[in-house]
Design a protein around this ligand. Structure first.
Ligand code: ADQ
Length: 489
């Protein structure tokens, strides 16, 4: 394989994530159509110049028959993707159960499920068994495709058991693991019944990465308190074997957003939006509809702001774009109804025959529409209760060359550590504080907005997704070389 400049790649990178970056739709018994989703990780990996990346993951569809599996494998190979086939029962127990019902809420400080304690306790063991089984299935596919010299990069909370499965099979494999969510305080992690097994497995990796220094510190504390291992400035040490632990804050492909703003179709969108909301300041929220994003808190804070500031009632609009996720889970259905109910109440209370203060959309927007929205926004509101990083805040900043709008950002996002100096930081649980920050943002002088924007824009354009991936992968490569030297001493 060759790079674009004709030189051969130095090494292959096997990226293992729960989902492949493609949507697969079955067209016939042995035919599939595939669409690559240009998510952050895909773009980030394009920047890893020295490595030829291959993806290993679940295609998101159940393919019980051999003909279908063969055809999908062949189609995916053209996109450098390798599927892991998971049946419905495994998906239910591993993905919906252990990943989304246990690890996701726990890592975001929402605790373990408590509604039906008896059922939770019973299902916990079977879900953890399915989690381990699924991770082993991922490992089997990695082992099948691994060639000596490859670097393996495992992603996220779905695959915490994978490093151990891989190292058990081949101790020489270079394995890295990166967590996209927060890693919670050790006091939270220690409530997890499978706490030790998961930590030990992650420690089998050569390099363990988090978005922020705080998450890395929480992880090291969990390993020292729960496993009794030693925390060192480099990571976690156990009987002379060091696992390097560090912070690698992700970024976005800022150039992609900046370039998009020049496109005629985006300019057209911008013009429409400006006409539509002329005479009103635009406030924007863009989130997946998830409990961690603090959407009800955001809307209630906006209501409080309207309540306290009658002057602004017909001069500001909140556009909340919330793409539904995990729609089959009852808690998520409840959240959707709750949000609808609050929006309806506030629009009834403060709306008029011709205008409403909140426009709420339950859907995803295409890239160009999203860029246009970011560009016309005066105030972006990110009120996550916890968020590993939060890329929406980065995307907003990248599109603000003209407006120099204000970012109101939850202090519980990873982004608060990088964009904190340019944003107004808030505690999303404190609705009075968020309402006051809306007022501060809308009344902010042009000089102060410019200063804050410059700070954040500089950060967003100088800490990109490509740089993030390249740093992690090259450090992973070096870490293994060091580890080998250490053993041979
Ligand atoms: P997410 O929880 O998905 O990611 P985030 O970082 O905000 O959160 O990324 C969301 C992405 O989806 C953004 O690129 C955004 O543009 C897009 N998006 C969201 N709502 C949309 C909508 N309605 N229409 C179109 N696009 C929409 C997880 C972690 C984060 C971490 C990332 C990356 O939870 O904390 O920042 O991974 O590591």
């Amino acid at each position: 394989c060759e790079r674009q400049d004709g030189r051969p790649f130095r090494q292959r990178l096997l990226v293992v994530a729960n989902r492949l970056p493609v949507s697969a739709v079955r067209r016939g018994e042995d035919s599939w159509s595939l669409e690559i989703s240009a998510g952050g990780l895909v773009t980030a990996l394009l920047g890893v110049k020295e490595f030829e990346a291959r993806w290993i993951g679940w295609a998101g569809v159940n393919v019980p028959d051999e003909i279908g599996q063969k055809a999908l494998t062949k189609a995916l190979a053209e996109k450098r993707c390798i599927p892991v086939f998971l049946d419905e029962e495994i998906v239910h127990q591993y993905y919906n159960g252990y990943c989304n019902n246990i690890l996701w809420p726990l890592f975001h400080y929402l605790g373990l499920p408590q509604e039906d304690l008896l059922a939770t306790t019973r299902s916990f063991q079977s879900q953890f068994a399915a989690y381990k089984k699924a991770n082993q299935m991922f490992a089997d596919v990695v082992n099948m495709h691994y060639e000596e010299g490859d670097v393996v990069w495992c992603h996220d909370y779905h695959l915490m058991y994978l490093p151990e499965c891989l190292k058990k099979h081949n101790t020489k494999m270079k394995v890295g693991w990166f967590l996209h969510t927060p890693f919670p305080s050790s006091e939270i992690h220690r409530t997890l019944p499978s706490r030790s097994e998961l930590l030990r497995s992650v420690l089998a990796a050569d390099l363990v990465g988090f978005h922020t220094y705080d998450y890395a510190r929480h992880f090291v504390s969990a390993c020292t308190r729960i496993l009794g291992f030693e925390g060192t400035p480099e990571g976690v040490e156990d009987q002379g074997r060091l696992t390097r632990v560090a912070a690698f804050p992700i970024g976005i492909d800022s150039e992609r957003f900046i370039r998009a703003l020049e496109l005629p179709q985006v300019q057209e969108h911008i013009k429409d939006l400006k006409e539509r909301f002329s005479g009103r300041k635009v406030m924007l929220g863009v989130d997946r509809l998830d409990m961690i994003k603090g959407i009800p808190q955001k809307i209630l804070a906006f209501e409080k702001f309207l309540e306290e500031n009658p002057y602004w009632r017909d001069k500001v609009v909140l556009l909340q774009i919330a793409v539904p996720t995990r729609t089959d889970v009852p808690e998520y259905q409840k959240l959707t109804s709750q949000v609808h109910e609050i929006v309806g109440r506030i629009n009834g209370r403060f709306g008029s025959l011709t205008a409403v203060p909140i426009h709420h959309l339950d859907r995803s927007l295409d890239f160009h529409a999203l860029c246009a929205l970011y560009a016309v926004t005066d105030v972006a509101l990110v009120t996550s209760l916890r968020d590993g990083m939060n890329l929406v805040s980065y995307e907003f900043v990248a599109c603000q060359d003209v407006k120099k709008g204000v970012l109101i950002l939850s202090e519980f996002t990873g982004a608060a550590q990088s964009l904190g100096a340019g944003a107004i930081l808030v505690n999303p649980w404190n609705i009075t504080e968020v309402a006051a920050s809306i007022s501060q943002a809308l009344n902010m002088s042009a000089e102060e907005r410019e200063k804050r924007y410059q700070h954040n824009f500089h950060h967003v354009t100088s800490h990109t997704a490509q740089e993030w991936a390249e740093t992690f992968v090259s450090e992973l490569n070096d870490t293994v070389v060091e580890a080998k030297l250490r053993t041979s001493k």
